[in-house]
Design a binder for this molecule. Sequence first.
Ligand code: ZN
Length: 459
Amino acid sequence: MRIADRPYYLAVIVILLFSAVAARAADQTVVLKAARMFDGKSKSLIPNGVVLVQGDKIVDVGSTVTIPSDAKVIDLGDMTLSPGFMDAHTHLTLDFTGNFNERRLKELQTNVSEMTLMAISYARATLEAGFTTVRDLGSRFVGSPEFVDVALRNAINHGITPGPHMLVATKGIGATGGHFDATGGYRDKLFGREPDPSEGIADGPDEIRKAVRFEVKNGANVIKAAVSGGVLSLADEVDTPQFTPAEMAALVDESHRLRKKVAVHCHGDQAAREAIEAGVDSIEHGSFMKTETLQLMKTKGTYLVPTLMATEYILSKIDSYPPALQAKARAAGAARSEMFRNAVKMGVKIALGTDAGVFPHGDNAKEFALMVGLGMRPIDALRSGTSNDADLLGIGQAVGTLEKGKRADIVAMPGDPTADITATEHISFVMKDGKIIRNGPATPRTAAVRDDEVDLPVD
Ligand SMILES: [Zn+2]
């Protein structure tokens, strides 16, 4: 830049700064009022909740807040305001519902671009159900290299399509023949070769480090791994360990060096114990964990993400799964209720996560009632789906509570959720980043968001 240009550029910068300030000042204050408020952290609801929002931030909150005369007031009446719900375990780009074998064949027949378009409906249904943030734990298309979860997250962030804030795990990392090996159960070499670390399949500490680096390179916010067998996979037992302690140590070390948290799919007790000792941040599912393992979690501060909805849905449609998977689902289902009750009694940190995609997207809030049914107090269930999730995801400074300075991700539900937790399933107001997504009925779900009656059109 020539010296003579300086005043001109300075003038431009000053004008830009002033217009930025003017734009801020022009953001009208929006006031949300309701009969009650759950602030994300208190042990009881607060009567007469008022939240002031300016731009994308909460600027004041409480029962006795001064309301500016030019504010736009939205009085929601007999409702309860809450921080936007969070789900620490979704698969927003996938649909595992319906008959297992039909679904598996359809996955091979469907173009990944088409699946991406369907994921747009899943994201919208999730947001409209009140989930303003999700941790999306795995997006995998057998034989295809695409990072659809990264694309969906970016499209949502850029305002191209509505959806929750997403932290994504890309493919997830697992052992050959383990729960994440999508070629398991098919004829050997049907896909030409064995999957490798670029597809998340890694054996030995070095390959695991490579897989972590590859996922971070391609946009992962969090690392997911399968350290024990799973229910919806054909070549593994549900509870056997799938990584050695040395492999788990490499997984955690490499992820934490890159400042990524580690979430592990794990049903088996031995694998859970070894993973907790290795320093993982959360155990997903945890069906067979014994008291001593839960005690170890409590001592180390490891989160449990119980995903009760997943087993609940599979057991309700047990005939849709092959016999080998039915047996695994029954065993995991029988064990997880006792494990969860124990975890609640012992005070293990619990974050709400559902495994959405195993059941239809948008039904995530049913997890609240399942947790309460197994011994959790409603207020603690609400906390697990808001501030606990924010803490686990490492975003507690920005979201998870209704507090001054936090992001304006706010929902409202009818009545009192501490009296009837199923109120969480009837969200009718959703605000994300200070913008109203919904105030009244939800957008009708498209055929892609399946439920009992709706099936994907066969074309
Ligand atoms: Zn999952």
